[in-house]
Design a protein around this ligand. Structure first.
Ligand code: MF3
Ligand code: CO
Length: 313
């Protein structure tokens, strides 16, 4: 929740306090701004709120204040992101042919604890490991295991998420093990590039659908498909917040982007068809239905006043 509701709840009946939007509507121009800057509302976010309200009146989806991060929160989230990046950098150095994926899990756990952090996946909705390691046709949420030994020709996604002092970070990378076929290397490369195509449209006063369509078109133009059911998400104060970030959306649709939003771009790109299946024995591991390879990269992005900043990758 934003500072607004905290500061103003006491003055409102419970019905009104429920929604931060309601709270803001009752801020008078000389009140302290909801963003916590200490400035008067009229000289701080009043014009910003008016601009959003006008866009909302045209029927567009607009962000609630509860998902906009204050500069202080961004700083805390940034610290969490630094650990996430350091962990993936370490995996990048150490990953090799013959390594069981359980070893990746151990490194992630140890490094997190060492840094005073907690691996976000651990016990998240019952997820039993510290990281997801998804190999070849596995799409996401692969369980690290001492029985899964990385072999030459494998492509593997390592999806790492960290909680530091209650603030969340989330990113993932692909790794190619030993001699990987040209066609799998191309899948990995195009998937990474697709994230950065989407990133070009991650800017204030654009729409999430602009990002989604850019990612979509880049992948489909290259002959690949993208998983429909699983997407990116807001992140920072929680592991998964609004908005949901899909890649089958159209430009000019979905949520308006404004400074202070943080979300991930993380397409799961399939060499074959879009369809996926979930392992019934554990309810987590997702694979392609046709058994063809899948790749994913994930970057975590802050919308700034004049564009964006990639917080972790
Ligand atoms: N890190 C994944 C994401 O990108 C979420 C994994 S959920 C878990 O959103 F429980 F498997 F960790
Ligand atoms: Co994510």
């Amino acid at each position: 929740m934003s500072n607004t509701s905290k500061n103003h709840d006491a003055f409102l009946c419970p019905e009104m306090a429920k929604h931060s939007e309601e709270v803001v509507r009752h801020l008078s121009r000389n009140d302290a701004c909801w963003c916590g800057s200490g400035k008067k509302y009229k000289t701080c976010h009043a014009a910003f709120d008016d601009k959003i309200k006008k866009i909302a009146l045209t029927g567009k989806i607009t962000p609630d204040h509860s998902i906009l991060k204050t500069p202080e929160q961004v700083e805390k989230i940034r610290e969490s992101c630094k650990i996430n990046v350091a962990i993936l950098d370490r995996i990048e150095k150490e990953i090799h042919e013959g390594m069981p994926t359980s070893e990746i899990d151990r490194i992630v756990y140890d490094m997190s604890i060492e840094a005073g952090a907690i691996p976000a996946p651990l016990n998240y909705e019952g997820y039993p490991y510290s990281v997801c390691t998804s190999v070849n046709e596995q799409v996401c949420h692969g369980f690290p295991s001492d029985k899964v030994i990385l072999k030459s020709g494998d492509i593997v996604n390592v999806d790492c998420s960290t909680i530091l002092n209650g603030f969340f970070s989330d990113s993932s990378r692909m790794f190619c093990i030993g001699e990987v076929s040209e066609e799998k290397q191309r899948l990995v490369k195009i998937t990474r590039e697709a994230c950065y195509e989407g990133l070009k449209y991650a800017k204030p006063w654009g729409f999430l659908g602009d990002v989604g369509q850019a990612v979509h078109d880049y992948c489909y133009d290259n002959g690949y498909s993208i998983v429909r059911e699983i997407g990116g998400h807001g992140v920072g104060l929680e592991f998964h917040e609004d908005p949901w970030v899909g890649y089958h959306s159209k430009k000019g649709t979905e949520m308006l982007l404004v400074p202070g939003m943080i979300f991930t771009i993380e397409p799961m790109v399939n060499m074959g068809k879009e369809d996926i299946v979930t392992d019934k024995s554990n309810g987590w591991e997702v694979s392609t239905k046709d058994g063809m390879p899948s790749a994913q990269w994930e970057i975590m992005v802050l919308i700034t006043e004049d564009g964006n900043e990639v917080l972790c990758w």
